[in-house]
Design a protein around this ligand. Structure first.
Ligand code: 5AD
Ligand code: SF4
Length: 563
């Protein structure tokens, strides 16, 4: 087991797969033209085939793309399944107990795989790896050889001993104290990300839509949330590096970019002031007392990325999105930029968490329902028809029936397109552990079901508004055989999407599309992020297609391509 106590120490490689007699080396044959170069001959070793198991939000999926890219750049190959791999990287989520339990529950399976394949190594990273309970990790995850905090992920290749002897030691994660807890700090992540992008070491999972992390960590004070303790304080990536990555993404032919962060709309407040951002000082809505003078913000970033244009003057990246937002930081500047930039998609995920002000106060959300509704009205006025989704937690500490009913009335008033709801799950070390988790599990379940039952017809009504209309669909997948399975995990679920989304009745869903000979069942997204099923050519993946909507269900639409 590797020394975990001191992250500053470069540990001995944990990956030392037994040499397989006769097996080809992972490195290509080396025949130097000049005999003097022979001394630089890379050491012969077998490189692992790896499998990355990703749980949780888009930030995790984006991080996994970076880790996979680094492994590929080091010479490793990707295995199709966990069982076929000799390196398993588990990127965990800790937002609810269930997410952690899922990985704990697989330890036995991993141990059996290790018994059958002594070369197998298991790395665990993501939000379940927190500094404060390092000691408990080995006990909870006995099959794991190496634990890395999220901010230590760039060290993966080094710590496995896969980097060549000449390569520089990877970034070393530092720590800081949040409250009374030691947490990792993402200080170096901007630099390591830029290096990974420049070196082509980001293995993007899609050739159509790209994730682009812009800010790491979270400074908010939501009492239920583990993220500030797993991901540390907010660290924005430098403005020009993000725009440069967007330019690379555009040049590679991606049609859609999603800017990522636990709270994207506080982007930039921690960057140094610069004269070129001087105009932001007075214009920025200061709902929050921070020295924001002359620093970039999300609005400025959106305008810069939207400003990357193709030869014909159209946005080089046709679709721009961001997730996830805190209502407190939804500035007028941001709303204006969203309304004015043609590439900015007409969709917003704005978590409200509860429709009761007293519950919001206990959650430490720092806004009232009135403030939230004012922001929502402002954005709906600026961008008519914008689709809006949200996150709700039911059964938070002390939530009464009356307070829960207020959340239901709130959902009726707002009429969200989509609601991601989950029962409150107490997370160790969060401030809410000082409150009593006093809503019985059965009540949490009942409230969750009541909420989902209320939302389903609202979602259906929202979707029916699209019937007969022509929309632009970005085709991103060949649907599975039974294409009416609309409850499949959405490709563009919000960042940190809760695991529990409405199960819903499928009776009202659109029937499966019926591809004609030569066609396949496809799915894609509208600019408003609605899931659309359609029939078309297998080569349509990545294309923007005009579609007339013919059928609507609570969770998806179905249409036919026109023209
Ligand atoms: N219990 C239940 N849900 C939670 N979320 C965050 N922390 C918890 C928790 N402890 C939900 C919030 C957040 C979403 C990503 O997950 O609704 O917006
Ligand atoms: Fe971590 Fe939160 Fe993402 Fe889960 S949802 S992986 S806790 S950042």
């Amino acid at each position: 087991m590797t020394d975990l106590a001191n992250p500053l120490r470069r540990s001995l490689p944990v990956l030392d797969p037994a040499a397989v007699p006769g097996a080809p080396s992972g490195l290509p044959a080396f025949e130097p033209l000049d005999a003097r170069l022979a001394e630089y001959r890379p050491e012969v070793r077998s490189l692992p085939s790896f499998f990355v198991w990703t749980l949780g939000c888009q930030m995790n999926r984006s991080d996994s793309e970076e880790m996979a890219g680094r492994l590929v750049a080091a010479g490793a190959t990707e295995a199709a399944t966990m069982e076929a791999a000799d390196l398993v990287v588990i990127n965990t989520c800790a937002i609810r107990e269930l997410a952690e339990a899922k990985v704990i529950g697989r330890q036995g399976h991993l141990q059996r795989l290790k018994a059958a394949n002594p070369s197998l190594r298991v790395v665990l990273t993501g939000c379940a790896v927190r500094e404060r309970d390092r000691d408990g990790l080995e006990h909870r995850y006995p099959a794991v050889d190496l634990f890395l905090r999220p901010d230590q992920e760039p060290e993966l290749v080094d710590r496995l001993g896969l980097a060549s002897a000449q390569a520089p030691v990877g970034a070393v994660g530092a720590t800081t104290v949040v409250g009374r807890t030691v947490v990792g700090v993402a200080d170096h992540l901007a630099a390591t990300r830029a290096a990974a992008v420049a070196g082509g070491a980001v293995a993007r999972g899609s050739a159509t839509s790209a994730w682009l992390p812009i800010i790491y960590g979270c400074d908010k004070t939501c009492t239920y949330c583990i993220v500030p303790f797993s991901r540390g304080p907010e660290r924005s990536r430098p403005f020009d590096e993000i725009v440069e990555e967007a330019r690379t993404i555009a040049a590679s032919g991606f049609r859609e970019v999603t800017l990522l962060g636990q709270n994207v709309n506080s982007y930039g407040h921690d960057l140094p002031p610069e004269p070129r951002f001087g105009h932001i000082a007075t214009e920025r809505w200061a709902g929050r007392r921070l020295d924001l003078g002359s620093r970039p913000d999300l609005a400025e970033l959106i305008r810069a990325i939207d400003g990357l244009r193709a030869a014909d003057g159209a946005p080089a990246i046709p679709r721009l999105r961001f997730i996830t937002s805190h209502p407190w930081d939804l500035s007028d500047r941001l709303i204006e930029a969203m309304a004015e930039c043609p590439s900015m998609c007409e969709a917003l995920h704005l978590p409200v968490q509860s429709g009761d002000d007293e519950v919001l106060r206990r959650m430490g959300r720092q806004y009232t329902t009135e403030h939230y509704l004012e922001r929502l009205a402002r954005i709906r006025e600026a961008i008519p028809g914008i689709t809006v989704s949200t996150d709700i937690i039911v059964g938070f500490c002390g939530e009464t029936e009356v307070q829960f009913e207020r959340t239901l009335r709130f959902l009726e008033a707002v009429r969200y397109d989509q609601v991601f709801a989950a029962a409150y799950s107490e997370r160790p070390g969060t401030p809410a552990t000082r409150l009593a988790d006093d809503v019985p599990a059965a009540d949490k379940r009942r409230r969750l079901n009541a909420l989902l039952a209320l939302q389903e017809p609202i979602g259906l009504e929202r979707n029916r508004e699209w019937l007969g209309r022509e929309v632009e669909v970005l085709v991103d997948a060949v649907a599975r055989e039974r294409s009416h399975d609309h409850d499949a995990a959405p490709a563009q679920a919000p960042a940190q999407a809760p695991a529990i989304v409405g199960e819903g009745s499928r009776a009202d869903e659109p029937r499966g599309v019926r591809p004609r000979p030569g066609e396949v069942a496809l799915s894609g997204r509208t600019r408003g992020n609605k899931l659309v099923h359609l029939a078309g050519g297998a080569d349509w993946i990545g294309r923007l297609v005009r579609v007339r909507i013919e059928h609507a269900g609570p969770y998806a639409l179905r249409g036919v391509a026109i023209g």
